[in-house]
Design a protein. Structure first.
Length: 353
């Protein structure tokens, strides 16, 4: 999705990926020209089709005939007769799940499988845990792509349940969405010693059994850690466990009694403020010096539709409903106000949309 500046960029990234043992390529029509560039690069490099696992995605909600046309266009751009994996791209709302299970989406997925155009169907989701759990429990999907990050592990139980049930699990962007770990602040580098933050994040997920990590490479150098960690799926070693403990300890020291434990007991908020997610960003900004990442994510709120939160901390009405439910006795309205003051800034343009 990031090698979109021209065919030569995509060709260089793809060549580097293949050289370090990567065989799973994931793209989507929604990623601008990426899918077309990928298809051209595959032809130029003459990559044998059996050597690859290819995934593409279709946005939910399209009518059956339109979805059929979109899938055929995907295949044509990629220059293949069959996708290994077809995902519902952004199963983020209950109506998206309804479309996939009982509407025209269900017909589309059944048709794609029946025609032999795809090997299996799955979904990516930026939705809440209840929605993801319902999708996994439906029995309709063979794989899922979820936000699973060292600094946001709340969906790991869902991922592990999916793995135990035989589904494939892909972690969405652990380098970028996981905290801009390719460009870590000095505090975070120190907290993760003797490991690089991105190395530790990748190893954390691999050791949890996550079967695929999406890397979002824009240049061959973005794959350096993938090359170094090829095959590194063994349990965490002593130095890695010590680094994770150090990471936790230093954040606790910096945040003190204001650290949000992410237990989610404060929910539901009468004003639908996503309290845990907002205080997670505050934890990262103050606990690990990850202010740039926290501000970037905070200022996407309300600007990304169903792909991200819609309300920021300014929506708190100080009703106090959350206060007696917090097991840590946090002054949540005050912390939300502080979060807004620290993180709000002029919004930036999204990569997509």
């Amino acid at each position: 999705m990031r090698a979109v500046n021209g065919l030569e960029q995509m060709r260089a990234v793809l060549s580097a990926a293949l050289a370090c043992g990567i065989n799973h390529l994931e793209t989507a029509p929604a990623y601008g020209p990426a899918e077309g560039f990928l298809g051209e690069a595959l032809r130029l490099l003459a990559v044998p089709r059996p050597a690859l696992v290819i995934t593409s995605k279709l946005l939910p909600g399209v009518p059956l005939e339109q979805g059929q046309l979109q899938l055929r266009d995907c295949l044509a751009r990629l220059g293949v007769k069959r996708l290994d994996n077809l995902a519902v791209h952004g199963l983020n709302l209950p109506e998206h799940l309804g479309w996939a299970l009982g509407g025209e989406g269900s017909e589309l997925l059944r048709w794609a499988l029946g025609e032999g155009l795809v090997g299996q169907v799955g979904f990516s989701s930026h939705g809440d845990n209840d929605l993801i759990e319902a999708a996994l429990a439906s029995g309709r999907f063979g794989f899922c792509s979820l936000h699973l990050h060292l600094f946001d592990p709340q969906r790991l139980p869902l991922a592990q349940a999916a793995l135990a049930a035989g589904l494939g699990v892909l972690a969405i962007s652990p380098a970028d969405k996981g905290g801009r770990l390719y460009d870590p602040p000095a505090e975070l580098v120190g907290d993760c010693q003797p490991h690089h933050p991105l190395e530790l994040a990748y190893r954390f997920l691999l050791a949890q059994g996550i079967s695929s990590l999406s890397l979002g490479a824009a240049a061959p150098g973005d794959l350096d850690w993938a090359k170094r960690l090829a095959g590194a799926i063994e349990p965490l070693g002593a130095s890695e466990r010590a680094a994770l403990e150090q990471l936790e300890r230093r954040a606790a020291e910096r945040l003190g009694a204001e650290r949000c434990g992410q237990c989610r007991a404060c929910l539901p908020c009468p004003n639908e403020v996503p309290i845990p997610e907002l205080l997670r960003l505050r934890n990262l900004a103050l606990g690990h010096g990850m202010g740039a990442f926290a501000r970037e994510r905070y200022n996407l709120i309300g600007r990304a539709g169903h792909w991200w939160e819609t309300l920021n901390a300014s929506a708190c009405q100080r009703c106090g409903d959350c206060l007696p439910r917090c097991p840590h006795g946090l002054a949540i309205p005050d912390l939300l106000a502080d979060t807004h003051a620290r993180l709000v800034e002029a919004p930036r343009r999204r990569l997509w949309g």
